[in-house]
Design a protein around this ligand. Sequence first.
Ligand code: 0RA
Length: 639
Amino acid sequence: MAQEKHYDDSDIQVLEGLEAVRKRPGMYIGSTSEKGLHHLVWEIVDNAIDEALAGYCDDIEVIIGKGNTITVKDDGRGMPTGINDKTGLSTVETIFTVLHAGGKFGGGGYKVSGGLHGVGASVVNALSSWLEVTICREGKIYYQKFEKGGHPVEPLKEIGECEENRTGTTVTFKADPEIFTETTIYNYDILAKRLQELAFLNKGIRIILFDEREEDKKQEFLYNGGIIEYVNMLNKNKTPIHKDVIYFEGIEDGIELEVAIQYNDSYNSSLYSFTNNINTYEGGTHEDGVKRALTRLINNYAKNNKILKENDDALTGEDVREGLTMIISCKHPDPQFEGQTKTKLGNPEVRKIADDVFSEGFERFLMENPDEARIIIDKAITAKNARMAAKKARELTRRKTALDTINTIGKLADCTSKDASISEIFIVEGDSAGGSAKDARIPKTQAILPLRGKILNVEKARLDRALSNEEIRTIITAFGTGIGEEFNIDNLRYHKIVIMTDADVDGSHIRILLLTLFYRFFKPIIEGGYVYAAQPPLYKVVYGKNIKYVLSDEELAEYRATLPPNAKPVVNRFKGLGEMDAIDLRETTMHNDNRVLKRITVDDAMAADKIFTDLMGEDVLPRKDFIEQNAQFVKNLDI
Ligand code: 0RA
């Protein structure tokens, strides 16, 4: 009796905590969209990764069950099962029901949890219809189940025996559809991509993903080479200009740093940095330190070996990073995340550590491999020469500004407002859609730029060539930001840049080309959240006096189901934007009241960019087929 009473007391407090999570799930997992749903998986996987980083676990299995349950199984020490002094509950129950409990039970090492620092398990429990945990430890099997919102069904109990040396934790949960109202269906590709990334970043950990919703769907990720293999994969369809990936690692004051690089013959750099397995999209001190060291060392080597002359201009960071693929992974006991999206590493001490680790290793590499050194430095010098040529080309363009402006004005129907914060530009596929859009717009705040031709694919083009493409020049002039070294986000003339293309393959192609262009040359406009994709409807349904526009076949079926059984609505399928008249377009796609705009994230743009990267060297596959096969990506954009 006494024990049960005690249990009830704690239960009340505990459930108040979990109730808070259910009231404001967004505060704990960002959102309750598809992204939030997947966040639940990361929270549980992170705990297993922590156990692996502490050195006790090598195998992690993630299973998507038939009913969209998730199971995460590890072969770690098993969560502690004894009674916790503070809560009077078992440590297992404490971990799953007390907010902020996680960290305190960790046995040192890095906490990799994506910003939640170990509170993950209780948050996942709070947002689940049910959750089960099974633990093997010291020859015994323990089990506990929680029901809707984290209510324990009964305390942790022993349910059987296992081999003495078998240990591990298995967690299974079902996301609560009352919380995740948009979807509770897991996307295999999202899970696979991140689990693969985790396997690259944590060498030697085997992560297996099973999808029981489909027969024989399974992938195993195990990379003993860690981020070296990551760079190999990124460069798979490119042409490296030196044989092996160059890798350095070091540890100073408990801060661990790994860098892997390889140059390829392209003109762009692919640079990804991580801290405690979190993608630091906004960079930070680890990235700064490595970049600074790279620029300094290449300049020094070039000068010392008389490849650059005394009076030559120095190579810039951009020059030495042309064609560079690089992964930086930092593991820090107390990372400070800053920036707009909290993905910028702020710890100042890391700058020097990163510089030290990279420069010690890279200096030796240059000394010991003069042939490779020469190839890398020649590439940087070529990049510098191209940069100077582009500068000249830009100066020429600037002198022709009057002419350019006339050309641009011919195409651009600008808005009258000069206030960027309320101004929007619609980049529209084709002249006929451009015409309807011009009629449909609000002239004060909405500008229309019709694109006539396909824009240049910038994957294989340097800035100087991109600048010779008329459609690209028009876009630059319209944006007002300039490009390359002159780029200035403050001069952006529109705070909404809306890509408006058809929902077909050509439309996706144009959209992907535009995103690639923005990603390569106007990244801050994507990072700043200024870029959107419009979502024109697929059908217009007229039923009596009601007009309804729907975005997809599913939505059409849903709408039909709401009509009486004998209803015969008139359903009109739009074959493209060009088929819509100004009224349709205004009602559905352009005016604020009804339109659905999808904000493009850096991830979306990266995915677009990757499609082209993957295409290089895959000339067997015609471009269009490839994009058709990647319709999933296009669909993702259309959520
Ligand atoms: C702290 C201490 C111990 C195990 C764990 C944490 C642990 C947590 C999780 C979460 C998922 N899988 C896990 N595996 C282990 C045990 C300490 C000990 O045995 O002395």
